[in-house]
Design a protein around this ligand. Structure first.
Ligand code: PLP
Length: 398
């Protein structure tokens, strides 16, 4: 493929002409059930009528005014996010990495505002993924993403996954807080045990640290709660959101308590596009649906159904699927065959999935799927398993 784009992605050779709910139609007419959702972005599926109508209406009004002026759409979305969560105030960004950057800066500045600027370090966990900016690759600590980009940004101390002792030992006079994804997405759908999250909350309180959560992938209803940390009954100090918040329109948000964000005064941070009228109008439209009575309980119910079907598949194909992980409609299949082979087999059966670390294939369907979509996805996953279980027979038949 001779493309003028940076070759930084290993793209599948498919492009799509249209989307309808949980389905994507390729230019050649092939139909795919979309359990990738643009990597957990299309919370309401493709071309959701309420989002389309909202964006069309917003396009007839000023697209952009800058943060030099008031933006009523942003104020409304911030107020609604605060009402729905632990947060008091919100900073809008254009992406997840920027939301995490804002969260990191908020945590550092909190201690500076308290007269302790030396407390700037965050404790992070192995397997983390927080984005691709210089600070967020340092926070993630994956050597593959750091290689060749010069000295990593200082201030991150990584400990093994869900190891409370290691967290306690890593705390120094320079520690500002703990940063984690309640469910590690790219790292392989690893779920932090709820008891660990409440222990971390207690530890943060005891040591004057901020609990900073990256819910860029697992937030906004994906797990059947608005924030994944609600499953553990834990109230964080700062949370980064993005992906599902815009339903496909680029937007991120850093949510914080007023206390945690007390250092973020006028002039301390900014973004030209962040919180613009188009993005925040669409974000509010996503909330109209996700916060509707019954929407998130439905996600939880469908998630339980999908989990049960996936467990049956694991029983049927133990040489292919090693484990089912996840919560709500955020699943990972730990594979016993190379995850790329399985994703390719699923795609050949017309089902889109996403790869993750730890040899995992992620299933991240739009939150608007129904029972028939689950049945169809499981039928296609089962066909993919059958392909890989009998590769010789399949090759012979081809
Ligand atoms: N944090 C988490 C948990 C993510 O999953 C991602 C993206 O996959 C990011 C941060 C970065 O978001 P973005 O790609 O929008 O910058």
């Amino acid at each position: 493929m001779n493309s003028a784009l940076y070759p930084t992605y290993a793209r599948a050779d498919i492009s799509f002409a249209r989307g309808e709910g949980a389905w994507l139609v390729a230019e050649n007419g092939d139909r795919y059930l979309d359990f990738a959702s643009g990597v957990a972005v299309l919370s309401l599926g493709h071309e959701h009528p309420h989002l389309v109508a909202t964006l069309k209406a917003a396009a007839e009004q000023p697209w952009h005014v800058s943060n030099l002026f008031r933006i009523p759409q942003a104020e409304r979305l911030a107020r609604r996010l605060a009402e729905a969560t632990f947060a008091d105030i919100v900073f809008f960004t254009n992406s997840g990495a920027e939301a995490v950057e804002a969260a990191i800066k908020t945590a550092r500045k909190y201690h500076a505002a308290n007269g302790q600027p030396e407390r700037y370090r965050l404790i992070t966990f192995e397997g983390a993924f927080h984005g691709r900016t210089l600070a967020t690759i340092a926070a993630g600590g994956n050597p593959k993403y750091l290689e060749g980009f010069g000295p990593p940004v200082e201030g991150f101390d990584q400990v093994p996954f869900a190891d409370l002792d290691a967290v306690e030992k890593a705390i120094t006079d320079e520690t500002a807080g703990v940063l984690l994804e309640p469910i590690q997405g790219e790292g392989g759908l690893r779920v932090f045990p709820p008891a660990f999250l409440s222990d971390i909350r207690k530890l943060c309180d005891a040591r004057g640290l901020l609990l900073v959560l990256d819910e860029v992938q697992c937030g906004v209803g994906r797990t059947g709660k608005f924030l994944a940390c609600e499953h553990a009954g834990v109230a964080p100090d700062v949370v980064a959101l993005a992906k599902g918040l815009g339903g496909g329109f680029p937007i991120g948000a850093c949510l914080a308590t007023r206390e945690a964000a007390k250092g973020m005064t006028a002039g301390t941070h900014g973004s030209t596009f962040g919180g613009n009228p188009l993005a925040t109008a669409v974000g509010s439209a996503v909330l109209d649906v996700v916060l509707e009575d019954g929407f998130m309980p439905r996600v939880a119910r469908l998630g339980a159904l999908l989990r049960q079907r996936l467990a049956e598949l694991e029983d049927r194909y133990p040489a292919i699927i090693g484990e089912v992980r996840g919560e709500g409609l955020m699943f990972g299949l730990k594979m016993r065959v190379p995850n790329g082979d399985f994703a390719a087999a699923a795609r050949a059966e017309g089902l889109l999935t996403v790869l993750a670390g730890d040899n995992v294939v992620r299933l991240l369907p739009p939150l608007i799927i129904d029972e028939s979509d689950i049945a169809e996805a499981v039928r296609r996953l089962s066909a993919a398993c059958a392909r890989l279980a009998a590769p010789a027979a399949k090759l012979g038949a081809a």
